[in-house]
Design a protein around this ligand. Structure first.
Ligand code: NAP
Length: 490
């Protein structure tokens, strides 16, 4: 499959033109080649985009919900009609398999469709009065929203922010990650072709420290919705605190997967492999800490290692590839650093732990399982964001709940057992925004998603996802026609 890249122009304030900022180079890490170099956004571009967004937003916010929804439906259709191209661009940009990038593009289309439907069907509240008045609780747009996204599933993260923010009546400025700058240009083209009023949506690729920071600090930005690493999220939250600006933070994870002796082992092995090694482990919700009950530990881990060794590592455009290249050679170096650290701390590699043979040009790394680690080791505490699983035994429920929760993150958890009551008990006891029971990494746009602790603040998706981009106003209207009895005058 072959397509061309766009001309690298940015959509800034309703105009397609070259950015005036520093050059950005997109790499095809699976082959170690360059995709494209183009100019990112400059300070001047950011200012221009913000000014256009401010000018365009009031009219957009004043449209009836069904009128705004009609644009989102068109965007959804535009994405659906371009899935092959979007998937190709994103696979070249991130080295993800085409199967995955097609699924991400389809999910982005579904996200726009969903939030159009939510918008059209969201009622406002007439609240119960305690006097002779009526009270309305209504929702209004915030104004100009900045969306800052990471490289690991760009079109899906972009859609999860842009769709509800536009639906809610805001203007949106999207800053993608510098390692995946291309697919947002495709999204911008589709949004523009859907006829969205000029200026409402701009794409501003550029470095996080410059373009990202500018957006967060800017007085005209009413909210930042961020997905990315925890240290970046904390930095943005500090700036936001100073401005008293709302932020949504979708951050990292170190999610526990818990395997009880009474599980269906085939189901568990398949789910664990998918949970950690799909997307080459570059997933915030990767099930990266595996706890296996001691009574089945040796046998289960042996089976898991055998299954891991059978995974097909290969080129992202090969249909049978399960584990593709990492996004960038620098990222592989970071993953390798973590594995080396685990070995220094006494860890033992059961499989992987090295680059695969015969794929030397790309940033590939073998699916890796490390045992003999302690839950307090850095490899068990920090997010590796690569195909690396640590495995530890546990004795009983209390033991595994304590170990699962002994981590600053709280994003996701997997539980494998045939005892449904026990699964529900553990699900409630574990600190996590999402818990999967006898499955892993399943998503529905209707179901809220987000993290606790160092995994973030706020929730995306679901009907309430729209509310994250609105402010709430209460309106009281007197129905008595009588002056307030407190105020007396002659
Ligand atoms: P990152 O380094 O934090 O970058 C995320 C985004 O923030 C990028 O667009 C980046 O731009 C920008 N940025 C960096 N510094 C900034 C600053 N000072 N001000 C404003 N923006 C700034 O994260 P990443 O490496 O791209 O992504 C991986 C992380 O994302 C992992 O920790 C993963 O767990 C997390 N993630 C979380 C979720 C979730 O929903 N919870 C989903 C996906 C990923 P540059 O690329 O130009 O630096």
């Amino acid at each position: 499959m072959s397509h061309d890249f766009s001309n690298g122009h940015l959509l800034i304030g309703g105009q397609w033109r070259a950015g005036k900022g520093a050059p950005i180079t997109s790499i095809f890490a699976a082959e170690g080649t360059e995709n494209q170099t183009f100019n990112g956004a400059s300070r001047e571009d950011v200012e221009e985009a913000i000014a256009a967004a401010k000018a365009a937003q009031p009219a957009w916010g004043a449209l009836k919900p069904h009128e705004r929804a009609s644009y989102l439906y068109r965007i959804s259709e535009g994405i659906s009609a371009n899935i092959d191209r979007i998937a190709w661009v994103q696979s070249r940009d991130t080295s993800k398999t085409l199967a995955e990038t097609r699924a991400l593009a389809a999910s982005a289309a579904a996200t726009f469709r969903y939030f159009a439907a939510v918008l059209e069907t969201s009622d406002e509240l007439l609240t119960v009065p305690r006097g002779d008045y009526t009270t309305l609780s209504v929702h209004e747009p915030l104004g100009v929203v900045a969306a800052i996204t990471p490289w690991n599933s760009p079109i899906a993260s972009d859609a999860q922010k842009v769709a509800p923010a536009l639906a809610a009546g805001n203007a949106v400025l999207l800053k993608p990650a510098s390692w995946s700058p291309l697919v947002c240009l495709e999204l911008a083209r589709i949004i523009d072709e859907a006829g969205l009023p000029k200026g409402l949506f701009s794409v501003l690729p550029g470095s996080g420290r410059e373009v990202g920071n500018l957006l967060v600090e800017h007085p005209d930005i009413a909210k930042v919705s961020f997905t990315g690493g925890t240290s970046t999220g904390k930095h943005l939250a500090r700036i936001a605190a100073d401005k008293l600006m709302p932020v949504s933070l979708e951050l990292g994870g170190k999610s526990p997967t818990i395997v009880f002796e009474d599980c269906d082992e085939d189901l568990a092995i398949a789910g664990i492999l998918f949970g950690i090694f799909s997307s080459s482990g570059q997933s915030c919700i990767a099930g990266s800490r595996l706890f296996v009950q001691r009574s089945i530990y040796d046998r289960f881990v042996d089976r898991l290692v055998t299954a891991t060794k059978a995974l097909k590592v290969g080129h992202p455009f090969d249909a049978d590839t399960q584990v593709s290249s990492l996004v960038h050679a620098d990222h592989r170096a970071s993953v390798e650093g973590y594995v080396a650290m685990a070995l220094e701390d006494g860890g033992r590699v059961l499989c992987g732990g090295k680059r695969p043979e015969g794929l030397d040009a790309g940033a590939f790394y073998e699916p890796t399982i490390i045992a003999d680690v302690a839950n307090t080791d850095r490899i068990c505490r920090e997010e590796v964001f690569g195909p690396v699983l640590v495995v530890m035994p546990f004795d009983d429920e209390a033991d595994v709940i304590a170990m699962g929760n002994d981590n600053e993150y709280g994003l996701a958890c997997g539980i494998w057992s045939r005892d449904h009551v026990k699964c529900q008990r553990i699900a409630r006891a574990i600190k996590a925004g999402t818990v999967w029971i006898n499955t892993y990494k399943q998503f529905s746009i209707s179901t809220p998603f987000g993290g606790d602790g160092a995994s973030g603040i706020g929730r995306e998706k679901g009907r309430a996802g729209l509310r994250a981009y609105q402010s709430q106003k209460s309106i009281y209207e007197d129905m008595s026609g009588r002056p307030h009895p407190w105020a007396r005058w002659p």
